[in-house]
Write a protein that binds this ligand. Structure first.
Ligand code: HEC
Ligand code: HEC
Ligand code: HEC
Ligand code: HEC
Ligand code: HEC
Ligand code: HEC
Ligand code: HEC
Ligand code: HEC
Ligand code: HEC
Ligand code: HEC
Length: 577
């Protein structure tokens, strides 16, 4: 006789210590399988309905016998008959079962103690889980009762509602009558939380009984969902038979509106070259072993297709040697990250990445670099080092010229001030207003201020300050303040537009583990982005358990922005024209 205590622990590491009190089974044979009548039920496609049994041998050892040709994976080896010892681990689909030392738990004596860690077990702390009580958790495993119930349920909830499909008037009546079963109860499981508002209106998605859900029903509500490829391109034809329900499954427990099975992607992407001639992208079958090297989308000025416009251009191994990021901002990481420190108004400072790069509120991306917040603490825009009021505003040439002229006009007044005052005093009679500056004097003041501010502007724009960071050009034929142009700065923000990279998920790693060339980079044109080999140190194939198993949807999206509406009927109609 086996006296088995089975304890479940939730899959996520944070919840690992939160285990259930456990369930005790007294039986001669502990059955394991995906069928609901098994003592240890593991619903997974790799687990047979009756997968294995656990028995006690006459000498008191635990004997596991596989019932199917798949065997059972124990400690990584596929076995058909094996004696289990404490600390052995069985792998059943995604679930692992650990055999533990049975004694020492309370006063009870167990002959076996199994610790089941189910990656899909609801996290007890989440509110969603509080409302969730599935068949597995209640461990309704006694076959007699389950059969009785199954048959009873079938009659009441299956045959009756099935009848209603034949007679729609009856269906309507049944649905509106409380406590009488209708097709609303004949559900494979509850709808996903986001769809639960649809309630019992099954026809919102199922138009005809026993027919698969059509795209048109989904598209009625989701009329803004974007396509995977540009809807104006010939590529849409590839999606002619693509069903929404192939990737979005309803009634699943635990709720999963987005299926993560990457075959949904690799069906096409493993051999994209077979699917279409001249694909713009390479084949990809699995991240760890078969995925193309990254290409980067670098903002750069387009002088051919759209002169003067900034557009992302793909940087890949074919053009890496010649292609540079040309943001038109000068900057040297190496200089600023000098481990000996760099001069600042408060003395020498050793800068860290975080002094300039701050994550945005979601933590996903780094906020754009701003002169005012990241640089002006050390790089002041004072044109007269002895005059703290001599700063010019940043980012706007016109405003800068205005400030320069005001400054020099004031200086003119202040320097000529005493002479003007004596004149005024001499000429002023009691009751008379202070004398205005003569027209002549005003012109002289303006001319002087203009010359001085132009001189200063030339110094800032051509010799120091602005040119330290910017590319400044002279406009041919222009004079005065119009003769300079600061080439706009455009720093690439989104280097990998096809993935949803998330800095927050990698916060435990130092910045330089991925951006390893940053500390040595002398020019802003250097590319500091990691290559695929870096990611592969941690991310592996979808089924690679030695690394972080990574499927396509972990990194990629399917519906891509600005591709146009996914409207199956309209796209088909256009294709057939
Ligand atoms: C939001 C849309 C939606 C609603 C509403 C909806 N379903 Fe479904 N249902 C689906 C999808 C998607 C599938 C997946 C089957 C497929 O590939 O077509 C499905 C599958 C099913 C299946 C087959 C289960 C299986 O395992 O293949 C049944 C039975 C079912 N639904 C019953 C119902 C009933 C009863 C209702 C009303 C309470 C309902 N559905 C409401 C979307 C919906
Ligand atoms: C009666 C209208 C309606 C129908 C029919 C419907 N949906 Fe939805 N669906 C919604 C609403 C509303 C939401 C929640 C708001 C949102 O995120 O767009 C939602 C959410 C979703 C989400 C999750 C969005 C997210 O951000 O988490 C997916 C995926 C989805 N629906 C797919 C489908 C598919 C596939 C079908 C067809 C089987 C379908 N829907 C049918 C109204 C509908
Ligand atoms: C029905 C076939 C099909 C399926 C399914 C499919 N793709 Fe694609 N995918 C394509 C085609 C076709 C292109 C465009 C190829 C080209 O530009 O030459 C594409 C393009 C892409 C691109 C490049 C996007 C860009 O900016 O142009 C990525 C990334 C991608 N797919 C990932 C995925 C992922 C992830 C999935 C699964 C969720 C998926 N695909 C499912 C056919 C498919
Ligand atoms: C003094 C401010 C400053 C510090 C400190 C700094 N950066 Fe930067 N970083 C910049 C500026 C300015 C840019 C934009 C110009 C450029 O591309 O070099 C930039 C750009 C980048 C980029 C994207 C540009 C590319 O070419 O790939 C990465 C990645 C980056 N920095 C990483 C780092 C890392 C890692 C550190 C710490 C080791 C660091 N930075 C420290 C100012 C700084
Ligand atoms: C902690 C103070 C500090 C911060 C913050 C700082 N810098 Fe500097 N930077 C300096 C110092 C000091 C020098 C001069 C180093 C030298 O001459 O050896 C310098 C030099 C430069 C130079 C080279 C100038 C030349 O004369 O060749 C550029 C370009 C530059 N910084 C850009 C920036 C940008 C852009 C930022 C903001 C993202 C920034 N710096 C932030 C202190 C700083
Ligand atoms: C320490 C480096 C630094 C100095 C010195 C500097 N700038 Fe900038 N400037 C930047 C950075 C970084 C940006 C881009 C981010 C921003 O707008 O803050 C920028 C942006 C600009 C822009 C806006 C460009 C656009 O496309 O919107 C103008 C115009 C500009 N600077 C003019 C000047 C002028 C004029 C001076 C001299 C008075 C000057 N800058 C001095 C770093 C500098
Ligand atoms: C696990 C690798 C990894 C680590 C660690 C990492 N980064 Fe990144 N970083 C990336 C990737 C990948 C991108 C490109 C993302 C994109 O643009 O889509 C990126 C982009 C950037 C950019 C360009 C702007 C942006 O947000 O896209 C900056 C700046 C940057 N990282 C700075 C940092 C700093 C600072 C740290 C440390 C706090 C850091 N990174 C840590 C991989 C990493
Ligand atoms: C040091 C190991 C390590 C490296 C190197 C690494 N990752 Fe990750 N990555 C992780 C971990 C751990 C997670 C978090 C998984 C989670 O939160 O569920 C993760 C999560 C992600 C996610 C999902 C983020 C999200 O929103 O949940 C993406 C996308 C990703 N990584 C992309 C990359 C890319 C691209 C690279 C290479 C530039 C990379 N990673 C390098 C360990 C790594
Ligand atoms: C760990 C994250 C990660 C995973 C997992 C991943 N990719 Fe990628 N993928 C990337 C990055 C990063 C790029 C390059 C950046 C970009 O294109 O925006 C990329 C680029 C691509 C491209 C464009 C290739 C080209 O020639 O430009 C395709 C197609 C693609 N991935 C498909 C897939 C498919 C299919 C899967 C699943 C088998 C997958 N990826 C899994 C991160 C990932
Ligand atoms: C090849 C698999 C695939 C197909 C086919 C597919 N989706 Fe999706 N869908 C995804 C994935 C993966 C996501 C997760 C986020 C993403 O990629 O944008 C998603 C996300 C969504 C979302 C969440 C919001 C958004 O736009 O990102 C909605 C709504 C949605 N899909 C509706 C639909 C509808 C409606 C159809 C049919 C017209 C459909 N999907 C077809 C894979 C697919």
């Amino acid at each position: 006789m086996l006296i088995c205590l089975i304890r479940e622990i939730a899959g996520s590491a944070s919840a690992a210590h939160k285990q259930t009190p456990g369930t005790v089974f007294k039986t001669a044979e502990l059955t394991i399988g995906s069928a609901p009548d098994q003592y240890l039920q593991v619903p997974h496609k790799e687990v047979d309905p009756q997968h294995a049994v656990l028995r006690m041998t006459s000498d008191g050892r635990l004997l596991l016998t596989a019932l199917g040709p798949r065997g059972v994976v124990v400690n990584g080896h596929r076995e058909t008959r094996v004696v289990l010892y404490p600390n052995d681990t069985l792998q059943l689909g995604d679930t692992s079962v650990k055999v533990e030392v049975p004694n020492g738990f309370g006063n009870e004596q167990y002959t076996c103690l199994l610790r089941v860690s189910d990656p899909y077990a609801p996290d007890e702390t989440s509110p969603a889980a509080a409302a969730h009580t599935g068949m597995r958790r209640s461990r309704f495993t006694i076959s007699f009762w389950s059969w009785t119930l199954t048959l009873g349920v079938a009659v009441v909830f299956l045959l009756v509602p099935m009848g209603t499909f034949l007679a729609p008037s009856v269906r309507k009546l049944l649905r509106s009558t409380p406590l009488v079963p209708s097709d609303a109860l004949w559900s494979a499981g509850p709808l996903h939380a986001t769809h639960r508002f649809i309630g019992n209106d099954c026809t919102a998605c199922h138009v005809n009984a026993f027919e698969r859900v059509r795209n048109s029903e989904c598209e009625k509500c989701h009329d803004d969902v974007q396509h995977h490829v540009d809807v104006r391109s010939a590529d849409v034809a590839v999606f002619d038979r693509q069903r929404c329900a192939a990737c979005h499954f309803e009634h699943k427990e635990p709720a999963t509106l987005v299926l993560r099975d990457q075959r949904l992607c690799t069906d096409c992407h493993a051999r994209l070259d077979k699917l279409k001639s001249d694909p713009q992208i390479e084949n990809a079958a699995d991240f760890g072993s078969h995925h193309p090297e990254f290409r980067l989308a670098v903002l750069s000025r387009d002088e051919i297709v759209a002169p003067g416009q900034w557009q992302p251009q793909w940087l890949d191994s074919s053009n890496a040697a010649t292609f540079k990021e040309s943001s038109h901002l000068k900057f040297s990481h190496a200089q600023h990250l000098n481990p000996q420190g760099i001069k600042s108004p408060k003395g020498e400072r050793v800068l860290q990445c975080g002094d300039c790069h701050r994550p945005n509120s979601s933590g996903r991306e780094m906020m754009p670099i701003r002169m005012e917040t990241q640089c002006s603490g050390c790089h002041s825009l004072h044109f007269d080092e002895h005059d703290p009021t001599s700063g010019v505003p940043h980012g706007n040439l016109q405003a800068m010229f205005r400030v320069l002229r005001e400054h020099f006009s004031r200086q003119y007044l202040e320097s000529t001030g005493p002479t003007m005052r004596t004149q005024t005093d001499r000429l002023r009679r009691p009751g008379q207003e202070a004398r205005q500056m003569s027209i002549d004097e005003q012109r002289r003041a303006r001319d002087w201020a203009d010359t001085e501010s132009l001189k200063m502007a030339r110094e800032l724009l051509e010799k120091r300050v602005c040119v330290d960071c910017h590319d400044v050009t002279r406009v041919l034929g222009a004079s005065g303040f119009d003769q300079w142009q600061v080439t706009p700065v455009r720093l690439t923000q989104n280097w990998m537009p096809r993935v949803r990279f998330n800095h927050a998920a990698h916060i435990t790693k130092p910045c330089t583990s991925c951006h390893d060339t940053a500390e040595r980079s002398k020019r802003s044109s250097d590319i500091l982005m990691p290559r695929i080999a870096k990611c592969r140190e941690c991310h592996g194939d979808a089924n690679d358990t030695s690394k972080l198993s990574s499927d396509c949807v972990m990194c990629h999206r399917f519906h891509l922005p600005q591709r146009g509406r996914f409207d199956t009927a309209a796209l088909k109609a256009r294709a057939s024209q």
